[in-house]
Design a binder for this molecule. Structure first.
Ligand code: BEZ
Ligand code: FE
Length: 292
């Protein structure tokens, strides 16, 4: 039933009454979005039939989510992350041909001005943690190496903290760097074995996870933003498949194609050749970029 825009509100025609109030000159995309949002929201309310008290709890929850956000912390993004909405929006906006590297969540710990480093450099500035050698190639979908690709990498340390979470404890720009591929498309750098960590769980999002019996943890990973003009920008991770939280990532970021083997190399001469002591972890992973 299509309501006239002067119709009185009723439970049966609540959607029609509200949407009919939109001016015909409303921006078409906004009109489309609001029509769907009102329809789905009313549908949810009709199915749930909240008490007044429950509805007020929902309002106060969202109010608290806003109050927990500031220039440094975005609790609404975190809420979108734990509800799977961030991953869904990302999936819709990064559909790629078969074989191209898949995207996953950006997360809040990327910083725009990490230093550009010579290929091979160690991004670990404080010498803490188990050393890792991270390497592979950047290819197009035909398997050709890509030159001049910008690789921005960042990771948590062996205790599960990013440098920006431990100002004054970790050096600035610890465990981040920007590299550029040469004509062979290869990338390689030294790092440390990252550890799983909890997403910020001391606010309303953490309370929701607790109430639902869900873990706040993300399995160990390296973050990448991989860019070259003419190609679809890749925002992704590689994951340690042996991590205890690999099947319960709090933000649903894990994809099968993003698993990388973290191999322990117990070979002193190989370790020494890389500037490590006796052993290290090796991880090899190729990234495939799709042309725009
Ligand atoms: C991260 O991997 O850095 C992250 C992603 C989503 C929420 C919190 C952290
Ligand atoms: Fe992360």
């Amino acid at each position: 039933m299509v309501a006239k825009n002067n119709a009185y509100f009723s439970e049966e025609d609540s959607v029609g009454v509200v949407n009919a109030r939109m001016e015909p000159g409303t921006d078409p995309r906004l009109a489309q979005i609001m029509e769907v949002v009102v329809r789905k929201l009313h549908e949810a309310v009709k199915e749930i039939e909240p008490t007044q008290d429950e509805w007020m709890q929902a309002i106060l929850y969202l109010t608290r989510t806003g109050h927990t956000s500031d220039d440094w912390r975005q609790e609404f993004i975190l809420l979108s992350d734990v509800l799977g909405v961030s991953m869904l929006v990302d999936a819709i906006n990064s559909r790629r041909p078969n074989g191209a590297t898949e995207n996953t969540v950006l997360g809040p710990f990327h910083i725009a001005d990490a230093p550009e480093l010579p290929m091979g450099e160690n991004i670990c500035l404080d010498g803490k943690g188990e050393p890792m050698f991270v390497h592979g190639r950047i290819l197009d979908t035909e398997g050709n190496p890509l030159e001049g690709v910008k690789i921005d990498v960042w990771q948590a340390n062996d205790e599960g903290f990013y440098d920006v979470q431990q100002k004054g404890i970790q050096p600035d720009f610890n465990l981040r760097g920007v590299f550029r591929t040469g004509s062979d498309g290869r990338y390689f750098f030294k790092a440390v074995k990252p550890r799983y960590y909890p997403i910020p769980a001391d606010g309303p999002v953490g309370d929701l996870l607790t109430a639902l019996g869900r873990e706040p943890y993300r399995p160990a990973h390296f973050h990448y933003i991989i860019e070259k003009s003419g190609f679809d920008k890749v925002t992704t991770h590689i994951f340690d498949p042996d991590d205890q939280y690999i099947d319960s990532d709090a933000v649903f970021g894990v994809k099968e194609s993003l698993m990388a083997e973290f191999n322990l190399i117990n070979d002193e001469s190989k370790a020494k050749a890389l500037g490590f002591d006796v052993s290290y972890y090796d991880v090899e992973h190729d990234f495939v970029m799709a042309r725009l």
